[in-house]
Write a new protein. Sequence first.
Length: 191
Amino acid sequence: MDRRLELFLSFAKIGLFTFGGGYAMIALIEDECVEKKKWITQDEMMDITVIAESTPGPIAINCATFTGYRQAGLSGALAATLGMVMPSFLVIYLISMFMDSFLDIPIIAAAFRGIKVCVGILIVDAAMGMIRKMKKSSARAFMAAACIAMLVIDICSLKISSISLMLAAALMGLMLYALGITGEKGKGGCG
């Protein structure tokens, strides 16, 4: 099978069967691209996730674009991105045609309540998977602390800008790097 078609179909499957946005898709992207297809390594997946979160646009689409580019250049990036976007676009388009009555159907409303719970579990699963696969215990502790802080902020409904949180995390990472806590003694590097 042509690599571009394979990229399109793989990401279309992820896009079609994942609710909850990019964070919920990370675990499925990792399973498909790292475990099954071996298109990228676990370290690359973690790097992609960080870069995709830091750049404009949805995280899942950024991950798809990067993976597609790594596999087949610009045409691969386009195929993977279209595969990720098309199912959601078509589903939302169909729902929007019937939106007034769509959520009034009891079985649909019940399904969406169940999906909300599943989305939360997928996001926690993706975070826990990334924490487990980190090489340094100090990096694991840092990420676990960040996850706990985000949960507390969310549960307490604190109004803190995402940009402020990313800048604070970057500053903390730089401080740990400068102190040599995140890497080997004297080198200060992560990994």
